[in-house]
Design a protein around this ligand. Sequence first.
Ligand SMILES: *Cc1c(COP(=O)(O)O)cnc(C)c1O
Length: 217
Amino acid sequence: MYTQLLQEATAANAALVAVSKRKPNEAIMELYDQGHRDFGENYVQELVDKYEALPKDIRWHFIGTLQRNKVKYIAPFVHLIHGVDSLKLMAEIDKRGQQNGRIIDVLLQVDVTQEDTKHGFTPAQLIETMEQSDIHRLAWARPSGIMGMASHTSDVELLGLEFQQLKDLFETVKKDYYDRRPDWNHLSMGMSGDYQLALKHGSSMLRVGSLLFGKRD
Ligand SMILES: *Cc1c(COP(=O)(O)O)cnc(C)c1O
């Protein structure tokens, strides 16, 4: 499955983040030995444990809900934080980036679903946030795109509309705020169940877990 998925992603110019949450280090090393370096985790303590145990050239993506008081544990090494849903969290990441002397790339989470379980900026809130100067003043937390999740549904038409909405928003922000800067370049969307549709609508980064590692307990 890995080789096929990687080919599909690469053909669409998308990166593949292997979501290894609740999977053992051996499972990660199996993909690592095939050359894979991008892995995604949802829990801070689990991520820190894996970072300490595994090769240091792995690029760790944090894709879960991040509490502000835990940013400090991952700030020294995290490659990309996908789920940033407030300016307050951005400010904390900025502070910890400065302390560690490294710029931390973040993706702003956008919620285009009507589901209560998901969180993130609404599209309107994202535009409002971009209009404020605060977000552009942070030197150590660098917005570099959008992370989105589509509804938990098999309604392909709805999924397509949601992915397209995320893509349009990504392009609008790029045009209006990052025209002359290369930073805004990730559109993280698509998981095991909907990655092909996400690629069709312009995803640049898939987050795939169960399809690669099997079902989680
Ligand atoms: C768990 C998770 C994934 C991967 O989900 P699969 O359906 O197992 O591919 C992707 N993104 C987020 C935010 C997740 O929490």
